[in-house]
Design a protein around this ligand. Sequence first.
Ligand code: GAL
Ligand code: CA
Length: 337
Amino acid sequence: MKNLIIKVFLLVTVFSLFLIGSEKTTVLVSIYRYDDMFMGFVKNDIKEYAKDKVNIFLRDSQNSQATQNDVIDIMIERGVNVLAVNLVNPRAAEAVIAKARKHDIPIVLFNKEPSKEDMDSYDKIWYVGTKSEQSGVLQGKIIHESWIDNPQYDKNKDGKIQYVMIQGEPNHADAIGRSVNSIKYLKDNNIGVDLLAQGEAFWDEDNANLMMKQYLRKYGDKIEYIISNNDSMAIGALNAIREFGYNKGDDNKFIPIVGVDGIPSVIDEISKGNIVGTVLQSPKNQAYAIVDLVSVLSKGGNPLELENIVFEDSKYVRLPYVAITSENINLAYEAYK
Ligand code: GAL
Ligand code: CA
């Protein structure tokens, strides 16, 4: 009898431990779009790094906020106890945070930064990303230096940069931070600039390719710089101008391009001299921070106790950008390995 009681007791204990164990390790990681080049790298790094640390469910929102909302609802119903969300639309933060708050679930937002007001609306919220402004400043520096070093870039010899700006998406902190601060940096350093054209290509290579062809038909040799909010669009633009004979090795037919991210295809083009530079944001470092946060949260811990992570205002993790030109491309290859 005594033996039986002990056996039953052990069984119950093991079973409840198993329940708690499994309950405590379920995290939804929702990505806005798997076929976004940079986010694809972040996703793969999250998957790899989470392996022995925490049980995650990775889901693709396929660029639809409605899909993302549904996935979150379903996974909450199934009992996930931490959310990590790369919003489709940064403006949807309020509704998504409300879902977490309603169920008292901690939430880590990443890559698409919500407004400060949204970040202040719940006490179990964190953000992993960058300081968007810094990427714009570093683009400005790359453009500035290259402009000074290459007087031939000023095709019409008016001392000013006639440029086109290929932008990401509306209401995205990175798109705004890059578009605004790259130009501000140049103006602050007494470089004259004229905007010829700008448009949103939603971070996408094909959109940027079409857009750039239109700009080229309209402005041709008047274009003295192509500033892109990210690298996928920089590649789209490069392939477009190549179709018109630019950036194929002839110094007299060259339009400088600068991007952001540091993806391998752009690094290859930098090494060949076809793209001037980019600004590295490391998918690895962002993935590591996201996984570290959600694994602590899934165990009921406090992320602020993580020693390897620096928090701003106790809730923002902002990883640094690095300017990349032909001189330091290895840094970028490392971050995207
Ligand atoms: C940016 C990145 C882009 C794109 C975007 C998606 O930080 O530079 O390439 O991935 O995030 O939100
Ligand atoms: Ca000029």
